[in-house]
Design a protein around this ligand. Structure first.
Ligand code: PHE
Length: 477
């Protein structure tokens, strides 16, 4: 096979895979899910899901990709025949859908970065109103803060940035970009946490976040924890099969997967540690109960946080707020490049197309697929309230459907390993770069989880997620 490109070594691979994992899911979705599911108890459920279900699936995916040395479709096809190739295609399609809406939200963050750092967004009085207008009228090129306010343009630029990086290939593009953005992301995150802990009332936020309330443990906590864990670790759709295919046989997969999981989980955890002190600081400033500050859904980072940054005064607000949205952009970009790489690898490997052409073609197509999500925030009423989906908007619909695809994809991957490829073949792959693997406890753990625990629980929870999405979980318990 022609040279497909490869990571330069362990660090490059780990940073890229952790970059894929760390994204909007960690910084935006994790804190509010934790907040609305009882704080620390959610963290506990989340960690259990990572250990029992996500870690084994991650090891499995990387092993499949490295063993077959091909894209998501090619890998399943090579190791399991044509029928299993469809599972790869299913993942590639899921990736395309995720990128289509993910890029819209990334565009919002990119616009906020510009508006806060260089515009006068922080002087606004009504942050909710600003956000509503911003996501509603995507073609508004009139300047709001000395800057065009078009989400259409911001998302287009974000997709172009993603395409520029992916078109440079594995080492010069994906690896190089992650080597810059990932360390910067950690530095900014730590900087903002330190600052936010010095604010008045910060520790009441920490307490809320870290002291578990067991009465909050419900089926919904488990369902939310699982779907969040899968999304956050980029599992179930072939991103790690694709990245794994660029990994050298010298590297140890089981330990790399551990580092990636820890890196991702720590960013999610730290994001909470950054957000809750800020929210409690705002409550203190406004002399209201923190519970009164709506921290769920998109408003958390696009409405509540800008209001907090504006309370810091213009200069400090610009610095802290601008850094925060730069952090969000870095996190999103390292994820969008992995999402784009999945279909790109498929067309390069299977259809022998040139990387550069494929990248730009797909980027444009996926951007167009994202338009219904973009106009679903008010601009076009038919997309704003889907009658077949409990009156929810299109962006929520497509995001929910991807959650389902990921857990179903993960479940089928476990079945693929145990019933088709064979757990012994996975073992053989995992011994490369890890001499002690055959006699290790990790091996027994992976055997039990991949053959029994993960497929059964993922199957059950996928059904629960489907029921929750279409009928509402409250009706269930
Ligand atoms: N893990 C990314 C996040 O947390 C999203 C993602 C999902 C990226 C699936 C790639 C594949 O934001």
């Amino acid at each position: 096979m022609a040279n497909r490109g490869n990571f330069s070594g362990r660090i490059g691979f780990i940073l890229a895979a952790a970059g894929s994992a760390v994204g909007l899911g960690n910084i935006w979705r994790f804190p509010y899910l934790a907040g609305s599911n009882g704080g620390a108890i959610f963290l506990l459920v989340y960690l259990t899901c990572i250990l029992l279900l996500c870690y084994p699936v991650m090891v499995g995916e990387i092993a499949i990709g490295r063993s077959a040395n091909s894209d998501a479709y090619g890998s399943y096809n090579k190791l399991g025949g044509r029928k299993w190739g469809y599972l790869g295609l299913f993942g590639i399609m899921a990736g395309i859908f995720i990128l289509s809406f993910y890029n819209v939200v990334a565009g919002w963050a990119f616009g906020y970065f510009l508006h806060i750092s260089f515009g006068d967004l922080l002087n606004h009085q009504d942050f909710g109103g600003f956000f509503g207008d911003y996501v509603n009228d995507i073609l508004d090129v009139s300047s709001v803060a000395g800057l065009a306010n078009s989400n259409f343009i911001f998302s287009l630029v974000f997709m172009a940035l993603t395409a520029i990086i992916v078109s440079q290939g594995i080492q010069k593009g994906i690896e190089a970009a992650n080597k810059i953005m990932m360390p910067s992301l950690y530095l900014i995150l730590i900087g903002i946490i330190i600052y936010s802990l010095t604010l008045p009332n910060a520790f009441s936020g920490v307490k809320f976040y870290l002291i578990p309330d067991f009465s909050e443990l419900k089926i919904k906590t488990v369902v939310d924890g699982l779907k969040q864990a899968f999304f956050s670790l980029s599992l179930g759709m072939g991103a790690l099969i694709t990245y794994g295919s660029y990994l050298s046989k010298k590297e140890n997969i089981t330990s790399s997967a551990l580092v990636i999981s820890v890196a991702d989980t720590s960013v999610a955890f730290f994001a909470g540690l950054m957000v809750f002190p800020l929210v409690h600081f705002l409550a203190f400033k406004l002399t209201i109960d923190p519970q009164q500050i709506g921290t769920s859904g998109p408003p958390l980072i696009f409405v509540v946080l800008p209001q907090i940054f504006s309370e810091m005064g213009l200069i400090l607000g610009r610095i802290i707020g601008g850094s925060f949205f730069l952090l969000v952009c870095f996190a999103a970009l390292t994820s969008t490049i992995s999402l784009l790489e999945v279909p790109v690898a498929y067309l390069v490997d299977q259809k022998k197309m040139k990387r550069k052409n494929v990248v730009w073609l797909l980027a444009l197509l996926i951007f167009i697929c994202g338009l219904p999500s973009m106009v679903s925030q008010g601009m076009i009423p038919a997309f704003n309230k889907l009658t077949f989906y409990r009156g929810q908007d299109f962006l929520t619909f497509i995001a929910d459907m991807s959650d389902i695809c990921l857990t179903v994809g993960g479940c089928l991957m476990c079945i693929f390993i145990s019933r088709q490829w064979g757990i012994a073949n996975m073992d053989a792959e995992l011994t490369h770069g890890n001499d002690g693997y055959m006699s290790s406890k990790t091996r027994s753990f992976l055997h039990i989880t991949i053959q029994w625990v993960a497929p059964v629980l993922l199957g059950l929870l996928s059904i629960l997620i489907i029921v929750e999405k279409f009928f509402g979980i409250d009706n269930l318990i």
